[in-house]
Every structure is written in C-alpha cells, then in structure tokens.
Design a binder for this molecule. Structure first.
Ligand SMILES: Cc1cc2nc3c(=O)[nH]c(=O)nc-3n(C[C@H](O)[C@H](O)[C@H](O)COP(=O)(O)OP(=O)(O)OC[C@H]3O[C@@H](n4cnc5c(N)ncnc54)[C@H](O)[C@@H]3O)c2cc1C
Ligand code: FES
Ligand code: FES
Length: 1325
C-alpha cells in the first residue's frame, strides 16, 4: 500500500480546520483548547469519566443519506479520528455576544450552574440529545446526563431546568414553570428568572440549528474512502478503508492497536504510560461497521458503537417475538449500566471483546449466550471463534492472534426453552465499572424443567471473564427447583475462589455476589417456568419475588419553598456570572491565553510513602525537545518551608520523602504535554523507610502530630456509674476527596521591579500571597494574587494553593518567564489531601427512657504527613460534636495521627461531618437498645432555648424544634413509618428505612482573629458601582449576594453593580472564604462601605426629582470621594462574664433532614426514595443560591456517607486517582423526591440583613440517608433472626450494606484472614 501522508480536515463550529501534520497522540480536546483556543470545553479527568469535555460530532452517512449527531468525550477522541467530521462545541451554539442557545440559557437561569466547570459539558450533552430528539422524555434526559458529573449543584436544578425541553408533564401540573410568566413565589419555585429576561426564549427550535458543512457531504467519498496516514513524533496513524487494507496492516504490524473509540487505548497511553507506535483506525471499514439480520441472530461489525447496538437490539426487542430476543434483552440490560452516553457513542463492541478486561460487561453475557466471532487475518479468512470457556487465555488475552482482527460477531436469537439474564453490580449504579458482573443462560429439555445446558459466566472474579465450570456440570440434568440453589452455592465457591489479597479487594462481598446473582437468576427463571406451567415448582412466595423486583423509579422531582421578597435583596437571582460558563465564555486559569514566553510546570513527585532519596536523574528528561529545565529545592530564593497553620510545610523534599506525592522537583517546558512526558522520564532512586499508613499503624507507632487534646463538660467519670444503661462501640468515617472539577491551577507572571502577578484558583488569596512571599523571599506589596473564579473548591483550595503557586513562582523567577501549573487529575488526587478519616471509640450512658447522660469518646484522625490545618480540623470536630443534642457529661479526646499519606486538609464541614457520625451513632445505639424509635431519642435529647452547649455557650433563638416539626410534617414521617413497616413485611429481599435527623451548626471561625473581612466600593461618574470584597467566587454565589447587599444598602438596582475579581491589591489580608462565613463577614464589610458612600451622598439627595446618577455627579464635582473601604469584625465573641457565656459562635444555623432509602439486600444497591429538608436560614439573601447550597451540599454529603471510597494500597499508594475509580454522586443518585423548605419568619438579628450562613450545614443532613439505610439493613437482619444494634461504618457502599444484611448467602463468606495476606486496599485508613 502506498503511504501517502495527507492532511487532517475537519470542521469546528462551522469552520474548516486543515492540519497538514496532525499529531496522532493529540486528543481532540487538547487540539480545541490549545490549538484553536476554544477553551469552553473543559479538561477535568482526561479519562472519559466526567463529561466536562463533551462535544457533539456530526457525521454524514451515505447509505441512508442522513446526518448523525452524537456526543463524545473530546479528551479521549484522537484528533486524527475527526477527519471528515463536524465538531460542535458550546462556543458554536451560542454566545453572550450574539445570542445564547436555549440550552445554555436554561441551565444558567434554572441555577444549574454554580462553579460552572461542568456546565459546558452538560450543555453539549443536552444539545446533542435535542439534535436527535427535540422532545425527549425526562427519563431520556436523565439517562443522557449520566456521563456528566457535577460536584456543586446536586443535579436537581439541571434536571429541572432541562425539563423545559421535555415532553413529560411536570410534576407541578398547572403550577409548572412552563405555564408561569413569573416564578411561583411563596410556594414552589422551579425555574427562577434573571434580572432582565426580555431576551429569554426557552423554546427549542431545531430548524434554527447550524447546518452540517455541505462540503463534508458533497465530498463524502474523499473524506471516508481514502487510505490515510499521519505521522508525528514516532507515532503513525493509519486510516485504512477496506478489509484487505486493515488485514495487510495487521500482517505488517501485529502489535499495532486498532482504534475505534479509543476508550481503552486512550486510558492506556495517558495513564499507564503505554507506547503504541502504530495505530490503525478502523472506523471506516464497511465490513466492520455493518449491522445485518441473519438467520441465527443479528450480526454486528466489530466497529459498531455500543449506542448503535443498543438502538438495534431495542428495535428488535420491540418488533420481534419475545422468545427470540432473550439474549438481546440481557445485552440491553447490561448496556443500560455501561459507562455514560458519550462513551457508548464512541466505544465499539470489538474494543470491549478484544480488550478482554476481566470486568468487561459484555463478555460474560456473550460467553453465556455462546456468541460466535468472525475473525480474519491476511492468510486466514473467516475463522469462526466461539466465545466459549477456552476463549480467554490469560489477563487481557484471548485465542485471537496478534495478526488477526475481529471482523464481526452474531448475537444469537433465543428459543422458547432457554432463559438468559445479565447482572452487574458496581459502587455507583450509573456509569461505573463492575465489581462483579455475570451472564447466565439455561436451556431446558423441551417442556420438562430439566436443565439440558447451563452457562454461568462471571466478570470480576478472576484475571479473565470465567465460566463456573463445576457448577454448570453439577447442575446439568437437575430439575429447576430450590435444591439447585444449594448446589450452586457450594460449587460457585469452588469455581470462583478469591484469595484475601486479590486485586480489587472486598473479596467476601464479591463471592457473595456470585451466589446472590445466581439466586436472582434462579427466581427469575422459576417465575417464568411457573407462569408457563413447566416443571413442578411450588409457587414462589410473593415476598421472595422481591429479589427480582427491578423498580424503574421516576426522574427526581421536588419542591423548593421560600419566602418572597419585594426588593432585589432576597430575590432568587442567578449568580452573577451564571451565563458565561454555559457559553464557554467564563475564563478559568487554564482558559487564559498563553502569555508570550509562557512555560508549563509539572511536578516530579515521590512514588513512595516514606523513603530516603538516593538520587534523582533528570538527564534523559532534559533531552526532550521543548524542555526548559528542572527546578528543585536549590532554586528556592526564600524558604523551602511555608506556614499554613501552626506548622510548616515543605515545598520540595530534599533527602527524604514523607508521602506519595511529595514534590522532589519540577520539569519546566514549553507545553504541559512536553513537561508531563519528560516528567515520566525522571528516575528517582529510593531507599524505603518504614511507613505509617492507617490510624491503626499510627496508634501502634505512637505517631501523632501533637499531644492528645481532651475537652470535657460535666464529669463523665462521676456520671457513668449512675447511668441505668451503658453501651460501647466504634464507628469509622472514611476520607473524602474534594473532587473540585477545576484542578489546582496557577499562572505566575514576573513583572518589572520584582513584582509578581499570581493568577490562582484559591479560596484564600491572602494565604497564597503569604506562601508565595515566603517561598520567593519577596515582600507582600509586590505579590498580587488575583482570583476571578474557581471551578469548585470545597476546602481543597484553602491551604494547598500556595504550594503550587510557590512552585510556579520559583520557576518564573528562575527563567524570568510566566509559568503555568495546572495539575492533571491523577496528580491532583495524589498530591493533595482529603477530608480526614476518623475512627471513634465511644461509650454512652443513658436512662431507661432514652435520655443520654454521658458520652465518652476517643477519636483518632488520620491527618497525613504534615500539619496543614489538621489540628484545627480535629479540634473543630470536638467543638461542634454535640450538634443538636444536649449531653450533660461529655469527654472527647482527639488524637491527630501523623501518617505517610497525603496531608489531609479542610473540607466542607471541617471535621463536623465526621463527629456527627459518632453522636448520631450513639443516639441510634441507645434507641436500638431501648427498642425506641430513634426519632424519640433524638427529640428527647435536643437542645432547647437557653440551654448551654458542651462549650458553655448559651443557645439563643433555638429553632431545632421548628425545623424538626416542619420536617416531620413535610415528610409525613409517621404515616410513612407505617408504610415502610408493611413494605418490609411484604418484601424479604428489598427493604426500606427512614431516618430524620436534626442539626445545629455554630457559625464563626473558631479562631477569633479570622472573624473579619474587608470590602471596597468604587462609584463611577456614570453611576455604576464596582465592588470588591475579600470573598472568592467558587460557585456558592457570594458575588451575587454581595451585589444584592450593595443594591439594598445603596438603593440602586443590582444591574449597575459589578464585581470583576478578588485581588490582594483591592482588599488586603483577607481571610479564606470558608467555614460558611463568606457572606456574613464580607456582606457586613460591603454594607459598611456602602453606608459610608451613602453618608457622603446624603447632602446631594435632598433636591427633588434627582436620581442616583445626579447625586454621584454632584458629589464628584464637589470633590467628595466616591470610593470607600468597608471593614467588619464580629463583635461579642469570647467569654461574657455577666452571663458566664462562652461565645464561640456568633449564632447557630438549624435544620432537619428526613430521608427514605430502599436497599437490595442481595447486592447492597440502594436508592434514595425521598428527602425532605427544612432549614433555618434567617431571612435568605438569595433563596435560589441558598437552596442550591442545600441541594448541592446534601448530595456531596450523601457521597461522603454512602458512596465515595478513597482507596490506598497497603504500600501507601493511592488507588483512586480519577472518576473511573473514585465515584462521586451522579445524576441517578439523587433523591427521587427532593423537597426543600426554608423556615419562614425567623430573621436572624446577628448577621447581615437578618440572614444566616449556609455553605456547610446542609451537607451534614445527608447523614439521614446513612441512618435510613441502617434502618433498612436492620429490617433485613431481623428477617434472618438478628436483632439489636450493629456497627455500620461510613461510607456505606454496596459491599458494606450487602455484608451487613447477613443472610444465608452472606454468611457463606465470613471475613477471612489468610496467612498474613493483606487485603488489596486499606479498609480503614
Ligand atoms: C469512562 C469509561 C467508562 C467505561 N465503562 C465501561 C463499562 O461500564 N463496562 C465495560 O465493559 N467497559 C467500560 N469501559 C471500557 C471501554 O469503554 C470498552 O471496553 C469499549 O467497548 C472499548 O471500545 P473502543 O472502541 O473504545 O476500544 P479501543 O480503545 O479503540 O480499542 C480497545 C482494544 O481493542 C482492540 N480492538 C478494537 N477493535 C478490534 C478489532 N476489530 N479486532 C481486534 N482488536 C480490536 C484494540 O487493538 C485495543 O487493544 C469504559 C471506559 C471508559 C473510558
Ligand atoms: S475530561 Fe473528558 S471526561 Fe473528564
Ligand atoms: S457547577 Fe457543576 S461542578 Fe460546579
């Protein structure tokens, strides 16, 4: 074949892109962002797991003369595969400069965009859906968004916003926003309008969409029928267009990778450092892309995408007899849970089979169904290869030879006497890889009910997909009755053994799943046989059938109830730059265009948790073209250490590394990809030192950051002996990764005269400035930190940012060039710490009527390798510990464990979400012991007005009871309790539980000096107002609230007030935007500044008929300053002698949350059926923003308590480095009914305009989901004779739930300890 290297041609947003020398290693995303400067599409993970990079691809299909539109992850799509295609990004569908697209406008105006980093991806997913289906159902919208993660909003407003495009009737009936000119106030609000909505058209008109580039259609042959070769930097990309061409290439290059979706190969090259010099794109070969009906089934070419397979099989199921399509139904059932839409649109069936992953979802079903593959090579045409027990030959190996390709496969028709099912269990139901999956098929002898053939294939149980050989053999010839379940359980254990240290971990759970799946299969087939009167099966009891119930819940719905406001203050305005992210116009750090001479920096960090550095060899890395140099501790001009709290952190490790992720040096290069490539070449020699990884290790090694700290109230030792009851237990709360979508990012620009500009994604500009000054030795007045917006933070950008800005500053000073550092997701997750894991040991003493008299707690927290903010976090855990409960005698000792994991840090709630677990667990323990409804125990022990907390602070304006009462009423708790009881009696294998939890949250920084803020108000002579304050905008809506406060105080409309950025040059010495105090502190400072302006304008206001603008101009001509700084410090904190009151918190926020959960006892799967929240927010400054915080915080808390498992190996290396392994909640996880009410008529006299803080408290209410789950597990245990209290740790992931249910299947696999073998990951960090 003649190798004629040709250019790459494709269209982006209607414009032709011609690249004569495309790079086969470059992703479409990198091309869009770096070459075309289209930065609307975001990079978050680079592994197809978050959807932030979603774009729409359009392709003309000659066969049916149609144009197909589909969403893909641009981070995984090689730019070379875009040849002849049209790409649409969010910039291509609408702009603030012209007109926004309704899809962009809708997400912004429905408050579906907070930090905005996920927003362009959401927009493009929705847009691609509408291009194919202008009136989707809500289910279709939800399904379509499964591949798009959002860490801020909790998804509800996004779904609600996009409901406007759905053909479904809204749950609100005639009150639906679609029927409203104005938002519904004082009642249910769904879509809330912006200041000026004259241009707002939420109607979607598909005829207005841009047309497909005619040239691509006219020249289809040229673009899709030409053999192409691209080559750059030693990688060759072939695009053959005929079968002989691809067979010839595979003959020449047997090791070449075939690329269709690149969803496997892309991961291997980006994250596993695999190098493939020859890539063969197989997307345009007719035989490989064909779908044909055959006599035996449907034949799919190997390059057919999973989405097309779904459509084709669904059509067959809808149109063909049921008995013929049982395999299709089983494949569809597994495809339902296969990745997100974008991956299914790109990934092909051939890639899934040939990767031969042990957790492939399709292979077990194909193996069970006896799929036959058609395999070809240059010298062996049409080899038929059955996917039988011999197909997989080893880890990621099959009998297909290297020079062969998979051409096609046939998914067979079924017959009347066979039954097929597929199963999959993962941590998160949607878009997650399997823990265990399975395909099962039984064939009966005629109508006898006797097993003729049985095929049981499992994934996740061995290095390959495996068939349970002995079980299959043992059951052949048997009758399909309960007896076979016993035999299967016995033989499945033999067929599918797992050693204690098996990769993947949770071995007992995985083994239990194998038998649980079989039990489900047994029941499902038995039910069908019984329906057909086959065999002599006894009728299966209704309650047992719950094992195979597969409820299809509605898309989440809910209400948001709040008070109306007559002024702009208190109105539900969208946050101040909500529209920009939707159109891709919001500029985050990495969206800033490269400055002249700019360099990129990538850290070289330790791969060991604790080791001596023997040598560092950068020689090879420095030879990579484009590498500027290497920096390490020798380049630091100031100090190699910098303070965060009490203790110093080091910037570069010198002789010893103390955690994985410890920075040893940095590669500085012309681009990020060059720097990353060179970084991977740096060789570091280590000598291992003993490492302390877990809390248990730290206790053994006596490794602590400080002496244990004990706080007491009352006298625990005296009180215990007089208690009628005492109980002791432990509970553990795991780590939580912040998973802000925008990674740690900074650009440092050296200026004249030793000045530095630092653009940084930080919550704490002042601390970042201080750190950079420490590291560079520059004085603060020369270092300006500028923060426009953050793409999420949640505490993770409070103390870590100075470190990364400091690295960039060191390089910027060395090379005298601007330096950009934007961490890749995996680096970010390795190098930065998380929420602190805690182990609590507690003893509780209580009376027979449920009154808690004393509580003694020893807590151990894994703080990681340095101090960071840990001592403050562990202390806050005690300070806030009692939440809403009065515990007269209390002692809590905290141990800050020093370990060799990444340094743990601030995270929304700052220690309280963890300590809440111990207090609520104690409450539950008491209620179980006394057989009382936990609600009663909670109510009995709640604080009342005038009570003193364990810190001796008097509680004024206590609204716990109001919130609880409101929540009880709203949730109809008592009625549902009865319904749940009945449900649980009727369903043996599915259980429900409900829990209601009150909350009291003290608002203030515990360090008194931090309770201060500043602001600057500049009024210009055209009347407009420029506002600056110390808070940073990270999606929580602080800027719009500040604008609303300024508007109220100055008496001018919000539309003339603007905030550009937060900068250390406008408001100095600011306190981090954290601890929910941002609006309180900065709001008062803004008010103070505005009042000064008001006072100065007062003399000019008396003339009748004059306006704000007139006053401003007059003042200017009278030489009155129109610029004022504001300041606020919280008064009244500290000890008050007159009342013996220790005022630590200025006031308290209150709330109550009630959740109902349903679990599948056999798999541990769960669904949150409903959540009701009532929060006391005083007089809300902005109910839409506040409700956004409640919903988003709640869903993040749900992730903490139920889903997010942070895994570290026994050798101290992080295993969860991206969304593929670390699962934050997705759209399918949110409560199916989600109602939020803001308590009415409770103005708060202690904060700005009677409001209350909101950022953190609602996260804690998610603990109601945890305890509802515990109640459901309790019901399951009761059915199996296990009464009473049991320990449940957080997160209650499916394995934890399943194993706690302790039925006969779980009991078969007790936790084993095998000859000193350690589990794959540390269970309790
Ligand atoms: C975010 C994400 C989520 C995922 N979720 C799931 C999931 O839920 N379940 C699951 O099973 N998988 C999942 N995967 C894995 C992956 O998407 C699938 O395996 C997919 O089917 C691979 O197809 P592809 O076209 O992208 O393969 P590619 O990456 O293009 O190729 C994969 C491999 O297959 C070989 N290959 C491809 N075609 C042929 C052929 N015709 N003949 C011979 N060899 C061939 C290639 O050489 C290569 O080694 C996920 C991946 C990602 C990134
Ligand atoms: S950046 Fe592409 S999916 Fe996350
Ligand atoms: S708004 Fe979705 S991640 Fe921030």
């Amino acid at each position: 074949m003649e190798e004629n290297i040709k250019g790459l041609v494709f269209y982006v947003n209607g414009e032709k892109v011609v690249d004569p020398e495309p790079d086969p290693a470059c992703s479409l995303l990198r091309y869009l962002r770096k070459k075309l400067q289209l930065t609307g599409t975001k990079l978050v993970c680079g592994e197809g797991g978050c959807g932030a990079c979603t774009v729409m691809i359009s392709k003309y299909n000659l066969t049916d003369d149609k144009i197909y539109h589909y969403s893909v992850n641009a981070c995984l799509m090689p730019v070379c595969s875009a040849h002849g295609l049209a790409v649409t990004t969010t910039e291509g569908i609408g702009s603030l400069k012209t007109r926004l697209h309704p899809v962009q406008e809708q997400i912004a105006k429905s408050h579906g965009s907070q930090c905005g980093f996920c927003t362009p991806g959401m927009v493009m997913s929705m847009y691609a859906l509408l291009r194919n289906n202008p009136q989707p159902t809500m289910k279709e919208i939800e399904k379509n968004l499964e591949g798009n993660l959002c860490r801020c909003t909790g998804y509800r407003p996004i779904l609600e916003g996009y409901r406007a495009f759905s053909k479904d009737e809204c749950g609100m009936g005639k009150d639906c926003c679609k029927n409203q000119k104005q938002p519904v106030q004082n009642g249910v609000s769904v879509v809330l309008q912006e200041h000026d909505d004259s241009n707002y058209t939420p109607i979607y008109d598909s005829s207005q969409e841009p047309i497909f580039p005619p040239e691509l259609k006219v020249n289809h042959e040229k673009y899709h029928k030409e053999y192409l070769v691209y080559e750059k930097d030693g990688i060759k990309w072939y695009r053959p267009v005929t079968l002989p061409e691809i067979l010839d290439l595979k003959y020449q290059f047997p090791q070449a990778k075939i690329i269709v979706g690149n969803t496997e190969v892309g991961i291997e090259t980006t994250f596993k450092n695999m190098k493939y010099p020859i890539l063969i794109n197989a997307s345009d070969i007719p035989e490989l892309t064909e779908i044909q009906n055959t006599e035996t089934g449907i034949k799919f070419g190997a390059s057919v995408t999973l989405s097309k397979i779904e459509d084709t099989l669904q059509h067959a199921v809808d149109t063909q007899p049921e008995e013929k399509t049982k395999a299709f139904v089983a494949v569809l059932a597994i495809l339902k849970w296969f990745a997100g839409k974008q991956i299914r649109n790109a990934a092909a069936i051939g890639g899934n089979i040939m990767t031969a992953s042990p957790i492939s979802d399709l292979n077990p079903v194909f193996q069970a169904c006896g799929v036959i593959l058609n395999v070809q090579s240059k010298d062996r045409i049409d080899r038929k290869v059955p996917m039988d027990i011999n197909f997989f030959t080893g880890y990621r190996k099959t009998v297909v030879e290297d020079n062969e390709i998979l051409e096609s496969l046939v998914i067979p028709f079924s017959n009347q006497n066979e039954y097929i099912q597929s199963y999959k269990q993962s941590i998160r139901k949607d878009d997650d890889i399997a823990i265990v999956n399975s395909g099962m098929r039984v064939v009966f002898k005629d109508q006898s009910g006797i097993i003729e053939d049985l095929y049981l294939a499992y994934g996740g149980m061995a290095p390959t997909t495996v068939m349970a050989k002995q079980t299959m053999e043992q059951l052949k010839g048997k009758k399909w009755n309960e007896e076979i379940v016993k035999i299967a359980c016995e033989y499945l254990e033999k067929d599918l053994p797992l050693s204690h240290d098996a990769p993947g971990g949770t071995v007992e759970y995985r083994q239990t799943l194998t038998t649980s799946f079989f039990f489900k299969f047994y029941l499902s087939v038995a039910q069908q046989l019984a329906q057909r009167d086959i065999g002599d099966l006894k009728a299966i009891p209704e309650t047992d059938l719950s094992a195979i119930k597969n409820p299809d819940y509605n898309v989440s719905q809910g209400s948001q109830i709040f008070e109306d406001s007559k002024t702009e203050l208190g109105k539900p305005l969208p946050h101040s730059s909500a529209l920009q992210p939707a159109s891709g116009e919001a500029v985050y750090i990495d969206d800033m265009p490269a400055l002249t001479g700019e360099l990129s920096l990538v850290p070289v960090y330790s791969k060991k948790p604790h080791a001596k550095i023997l040598n560092v060899d950068v020689a090879e890395a420095l030879t990579v073209p484009g590498v500027k140099g290497y920096i390490d501790h020798r380049d630091v001009k100031g100090n190699n250490t910098y303070p965060v709290a009490e203790q110093d952190e080091h910037l570069f490790a010198i002789d010893e590394v103390i955690t994985e992720g410890d920075v040893i040096g940095c590669i500085v290069a012309e681009s990020h990809s060059i720097a990353r490539k060179a970084r991977n070449m740096v060789q570091v020699g280590y000598e291992d030192l003993p490492a302390v990884i877990s809390i248990e290790d730290a206790i053994k090694a006596n490794s602590y950051l400080a002496k244990p700290n004990t706080r007491t109230c009352g006298d625990v030792d005296k009180a215990f002996p007089s208690c009628e009851n005492t109980l002791e237990d432990e509970v553990y709360v795991g780590a939580q990764e912040h998973f802000y979508l925008e990674p740690q990012s900074s650009i440092v620009v050296p200026k004249e005269n030793r000045e530095l500009d630092v653009y940084c994604s930080t919550q704490s500009p002042h601390l970042t400035q201080t750190n950079v000054c420490d590291i560079t030795g520059l004085p603060a007045h020369r270092v300006r930190v500028i923060v426009k917006r953050l793409g999420g933070a949640f505490g993770g950008k409070e103390s870590h940012c100075g470190r990364f800005a400091g690295l960039a500053a060191t390089a910027a000073l060395k090379y005298n060039r601007p330096v950009r550092v934007v961490l890749d997701r995996d680096d970010d997750m390795v190098m930065t710490g998380t929420r602190h894991p805690f182990l609590f040991k507690f003893k509780v003493g209580f009376s027979n009527d449920g009154k808690i008299q004393c509580l003694d707690i020893s807590s151990y927290s894994n703080c990681g390798n340095t101090g960071d903010l840990s001592l403050a976090v562990v202390d806050a855990a005690v300070l806030r510990l009692t939440s809403a409960y009065k515990i007269p005698n209390l002692r809590m000792t905290v141990h800050a464990c020093k370990t060799n994991i990444s340094s743990n840090t601030a995270f929304r709630g700052f220690g309280f979400p963890q300590s809440l677990m111990v207090i609520e667990s104690a409450i539950e323990a008491v209620s179980h012991h006394l057989v009382m409804d936990p609600l009663k125990v909670r109510q009995l022990n709640c604080y009342r007005e005038g009570d003193r907390t364990h810190l001796n602070q008097i509680i004024y304006d206590c609204h716990i009871q109001d919130c609880l009462d409101g929540c009880l009423k709203q949730s109809d708790y008592q009625t549902r309790l009865g319904q749940i009881d009945q449900y649980n009696r009727e369903n043996r294998w599915r259980k429900r539980g409900i829990a209601i939890v009150p909350l009291m949250y003290g608002v203030s920084f515990e360090f008194k000096f931090m309770n201060q803020a500043g602001a600057l108000v500049n009024v210009y002579t055209d009347g407009t107002v420029l506002l600056a304050h110390g808070g940073t905008e990270m999606g929580q809506g602080i800027h719009v609230k500040m604008i609303q406060i300024a508007s109220e105080t100055l008496g001018v409309p919000c539309s003339i007030i603007h905030i550009i950025e937060t900068g250390t040059n406008t408001v100095p010495n600011t306190i981090a935007t954290a601890a929910s105090t941002g609006s309180d502190l900065n709001g008062m400072a803004v008010k103070n500044a505005c009042e000064k302006i008001n006072k100065r304008l007062e003399p000019f206001k008396c003339e009748p008929g004059t306006t704000w603008k007139d006053w401003v101009i007059k003042a200017h001509f009278e030489r009155v300053s129109l610029s004022a700084s504001g300041f606020h410090k919280v008064e009244g904190l500290g000890y008050k002698k007159e009342t013996d009151d220790e005022v630590i918190y200025k006031y308290y926020s209150f709330g109550a949350g009630c959740s109902e959960v349903e679990i599948d006892c056999l798999t541990g799967d769960h669904t949150v059926l409903r959540t009701d929240i009532v929060m006391d927010l005083g007089k809300s400054l902005n109910p839409a923003v506040d409700i956004g915080q409640i919903e988003g915080g709640f869903v993040q808390g749900y992730g903490l308590y139920m889903l997010e498992q942070y895994k570290v190996s026994q050798s101290g290396n992080l295993l969860t480095k991206g969304p593929g392994t670390y699962k934050i909640p997705s759209v399918g996880n949110i409560p199916k009914v989600f109602n939020v009410t803001l308590l009415k008529d409770k103005p708060n006299p202690k904060a700005v305009y009677s409001s209350k803080a909101i950022g953190e408290p609602p996260l804690l209410l998610a603990i109601s989901v945890f305890f509802a789950t515990k109640a459901a597990i309790m019901a399951a245990r009761n059915d199996h004779g296990l009464e009473g209290y049991f320990r449940l740790d957080s997160p209650a992931t499916p394995d934890v739930i399943r194993m706690a249910c302790q039925d006969q299947f779980a009991k078969q696999f007790p936790v084993k300890k095998e000859n000193g073998l350690k589990s794959w990951f540390v269970k309790h960090l």
